[in-house]
Design a protein around this ligand. Sequence first.
Ligand code: IMP
Length: 198
Amino acid sequence: MSHVLLIATTNKGKLDEFKLYLKGVVECSGSGEPLDVEEDGTTYWENALKKALRFYETFQRPVLADDSGLEVDVLGGAPGVYSARYGGADLTWEDRWAYLYSKIEATGAIGPHTGAFVCVLCYYDGLNPPVFFQGKASGQVVQPPRGNGGFGYDPIFESRLLRKTFAELSAKEKQTASHRGEALRQFSVWWKTKHPTA
Ligand code: IMP
């Protein structure tokens, strides 16, 4: 494997997942230095593209960028593309979950509160047009939070497939059931066709 793919994220949880899910396909690394890209797009595709281009410009290496979020049906798909800063950029995760619960409660709707984690990946090598991959993992918001693994919204979202929160899943289970796992499976198939001997 001669390629090392730059993963355009400062989120350690995401980087760990890329490394694990692409093991044996292509080696992944972080940038080693933080690069803050303003995520001001209105879609995952816009933000993933923006991150890929900025990381490529800065580090001049083939890049795989990810933009992802949690979509809750009763909130019309919110927080969605705004998931990272939902309720305020400086909230702790406990406070962000509480904010999400309060928004759901304010609708007066009776659960289960279904939704999905969504992930859009953008690969850019500086030579060819960017390529996109998408994954989705359905489930429901649970209260109280459960599990100690994962990151972000994982403890408050239960996988429809496995009936555990994403924070209760083993790394292998999260790979099977998650939005990022699905998007990276598509990326892997595509990558192998482009680099059959790598
Ligand atoms: P962004 O893609 O950097 O904009 O981050 C999206 C937000 O969704 C972040 O707050 C993440 O923590 C959250 N998020 C993205 N993927 C996951 C996941 O797999 N589990 C839990 N939260 C996630």
